[in-house]
Design a protein around this ligand. Structure first.
Ligand SMILES: *Cc1c(COP(=O)(O)O)cnc(C)c1O
Length: 369
């Protein structure tokens, strides 16, 4: 039983986790160098390959998604990095690059916007300091702090045309909206367990292209725990370099079976339907005189998280608190938008049916009910 103060989760992470998935974590331990573990590992990788749409190995990392962001930076080709920043998580990617001593140029766009291809191309043409060509571009697919969705396919094509690799954080994109790792030629793409995959926090999953791993092998100072080359070597044996968070992997095994049964394209469609439903609900609120709206333009909204601006005179914290009393956990805004917006995470295993009562509660809270 859930304590009364914890409602149903519509946070943009961690998301609601089904009981069957939580219960899988009660299984006994296994030695992580042995056939039983390797079978579990291989099964999880196979499930994730269908989610990432790749034939490459998927690295099972026992850290949160930020660890996989750092892996991407540490293994990135030498040379300046172009960081596309449109919110808190894309800014985190830029900061990681800077803290790993990479020459980084930031291309910032306003909160709620998404980096447009013309701007990206212009920055790629201009190059880093002294006009040096960029070795890599960082981009966040679904910027969870604002709800903006970036065109990672288009940005990757541009990066490649200018000789750069594209490193993609798809933490709230993957498993909620189309990601074509192989067909789009993504060089590095990563996610975390606690978002659209609807698993408990604590795991990150990442895929690197063969070209990325090949060039990484000559990059100095890749560190040890987050070394992509080592992950690649152990992936061939269906193992991880270090002791994996086994209980979380049991949960992933159960959840990936459910995702396979649903079908990844059906899962994407379910998320698109939840966005459309939330958009229609916002329109209905506006028609009834409640002054809420989307932070992002139509067509640039993530199917997994809606960031809504509040009516004049309302701040996020009391709204979120009232919605929690009504049984639903949603998020305030993030960073600079903390009190000006609320965020509803409609991702993971949610559906229009489970989302509808949450939206009703938000509507009630906005009316002061
Ligand atoms: C949640 C999130 C992360 C990673 O956060 P962790 O706390 O490391 O799991 C990174 N990027 C985006 C877009 C996210 O939503």
């Amino acid at each position: 039983m859930r304590p009364a103060e914890f409602g149903t989760f519509f946070l943009p992470g961690p998301t609601e986790v089904r009981a069957e998935v939580l219960e899988a974590m009660l299984r006994p331990m296994l030695p992580h160098r042995g056939a039983a573990y390797e079978a579990l590992h291989a099964r999880i990788v196979q499930g994730l390959q269908a989610v990432f749409r790749t034939h490459r190995p998927v690295y099972l990392m026992s850290c949160s998604a930020t660890g996989a962001m750092e892996m991407a930076i540490r293994g990135a080709p030498e040379g300046p990095i172009l960081a596309l920043v449109n919110g808190a998580f894309s800014e985190r990617f830029a900061r990681i690059a800077q803290s790993c001593d990479r020459a980084t140029r930031v291309l910032s766009v306003p909160l709620g916007d998404t980096p447009h291809l013309e701007q990206v191309e212009e920055a790629l043409v201009a190059g880093g300091h002294d006009g040096a060509h960029f070795a890599a571009v960082t981009v966040v697919h679904s910027e969870t702090s604002t709800g903006a969705l970036a065109d990672i396919h288009g940005i990757t094509e541009l990066a490649h045309r200018h000789g750069a690799m594209c490193l993609v954080d798809s933490v709230t994109g993957l498993a909620g909206t189309r990601v074509e790792t192989d067909a789009w030629g993504l060089d590095f793409v990563l996610t975390g367990s606690q978002k659209a995959l609807a698993l408990p926090p604590g795991l990150a999953f990442a895929v690197a292209s063969e070209a990325f791993v090949l060039q990484a092998s000559v990059v100095p100072a890749r560190g040890r725990y987050l070394d992509v080359v080592e992950y690649e070597e152990f992936a061939r044996r269906a193992q991880t370099p270090n002791t994996p968070a086994l209980s979380l992997l049991y949960a992933a095994d159960v959840q990936l079976r459910a995702i396979r049964e649903e079908g990844i394209e059906t899962r994407w469609a379910r998320h698109a339907a939840m966005l459309a439903h939330t958009e229609a609900w916002v329109e209905a609120q506006r028609a009834a005189g409640v002054g809420i709206g989307y932070l992002c333009r139509a067509g640039e909204r993530s199917p997994t998280v809606s960031t809504l601006t509040l009516p004049e005179g309302l701040t996020a914290s009391p709204v979120v608190r009232r919605v929690a009393e009504l049984g639903y956990v949603i998020g305030t805004g993030y960073g600079a938008l903390k009190e000006r917006t609320i965020r509803i995470g409609h991702m993971g295993d949610h559906s229009i049916e489970t989302l509808e009562p949450c939206l009703r509660a938000v509507g009630q809270a906005l009316r002061g009910g």
